[in-house]
Design a protein around this ligand. Structure first.
Ligand code: FE2
Length: 338
């Protein structure tokens, strides 16, 4: 398996918005050529004060360390849960905190979500990613900070019950058979049990994250308003992330294709959450450069949420509709500036 490519987790941040603990992606030199701060350093108050005195407006931060640390911490949580040790809220907060801080600083949050596509160690990165995606959805839906935090915690912990599922089933390369799937389904109930000292909203979100609007989900097969609103958010995050990640037994689909398929699955997921999520993601894609399969580069001008597979693209002076699904016609090969 190939290691996750963390090189893309960098981004430009205005110096005014820097916070102590941020990690620099590149060396920063003063105008005289003196090194102010080297790449990889964690910025202190002192560094930030000195940076503010320079003419620089933005610096590039390396977000991979935060992500790497969170992934390692989520692995530790799983191991503790497997051993029957308590999952302290303080430990989960340490994972969540940097992402909450980042979300408050980042206007263009969708960028981070698009970069969060894991290639390896699915379970551990998946838990972190679902926490982050759920956090943004909660913010976009207008939840208060306290609720956003609980939804993020629930997102990070949603699959903690998998620590009680035999590894032979958890890591099986092929699709699970009926008996194995019945065992796998129990991770929802196990998670609920493990989190016995947590807030009931968080516990219910973990218990119900595989329930579906039409009653086709598990463990109870409840539907619509019977499902906790937090669980509905995690369900959307979970489906999106599962579609856009490489799993052992399936290849990921492009983010646009995933959004398209989600809009078409309104009977299973809460429409208000889907539309809010999809619209925010599409707003981000508008203006992105794309490489077409004829070798030309274009810019996405407009994507209709009812027709996501056919964005309007400007190539030179021409405006054309392409279809990413087409294999023999004009289509998008790659989205470039994410
Ligand atoms: Fe799950």
């Amino acid at each position: 398996m190939s290691p996750i490519d963390l090189s893309c987790y960098t981004k430009e941040v205005e110096i005014e918005k820097l916070m102590p603990g941020d990690v620099l992606a590149h060396d920063i030199f003063l105008e005289q050529g003196l090194l102010l701060a080297p790449a990889g350093i964690r910025l202190t108050e002192n560094h930030i004060l000195r940076l503010k005195k320079t003419r620089k407006r933005v610096v590039t931060l390396d977000f991979s360390k935060v992500y790497e640390k969170a992934t390692k911490a989520s692995r530790v949580l799983m191991l503790k849960a497997a051993r029957g040790q308590p999952i302290e809220k303080k430990e989960v907060m340490e994972i969540v905190d940097p992402f909450i801080k980042e979300a408050n600083r980042e206007k263009n949050a969708a960028r981070l979500l698009i970069q969060l596509q894991s290639h390896d160690e699915y379970t551990f990165q998946h838990t972190v990613n679902i926490g982050v995606i759920s956090m943004y959805i909660a913010k976009w839906l207008g939840y208060q900070d306290k609720n956003v935090l609980d939804i993020t915690l629930a997102g990070i912990l949603h699959d903690i019950g998998k620590s009680k599922i035999p590894l032979a089933i958890l890591n099986k390369a092929d699709k699970l058979n009926r008996v194995e799937f019945e065992i796998m389904k129990k991770h929802t109930i196990e998670g609920y049990k493990i989190l016995s000292n947590y807030d009931s909203n968080i516990r219910l979100a973990v218990l119900q994250h595989h329930e579906r609007e039409d009653g086709s989900g598990y463990p109870l097969g409840i539907k619509g308003n019977e499902i906790h609103p937090y669980a509905k958010i995690i369900a959307v995050a979970d489906v999106y992330h599962a579609m856009t990640s490489n799993r052992v037994y399936k290849n990921r689909v492009s983010p646009l294709q995933a959004l398209d398929e989600m809009v078409k699955s309104l009977d299973q997921l809460e429409p208000e959450i889907i539309f809010t999520f999809v619209q925010k993601m599409l707003d981000f894609y508008t203006g992105c450069k794309v490489l077409l399969n004829n070798g030309k580069i274009g810019t996405i001008i407009y994507i209709d949420k009812n027709n996501i597979s056919k964005p309007l693209i400007k190539v030179g002076d021409e405006e054309i509709v392409v279809d990413y699904k087409k294999t023999n016609g004009l289509g998008i090969d790659k989205i470039l500036n994410v």
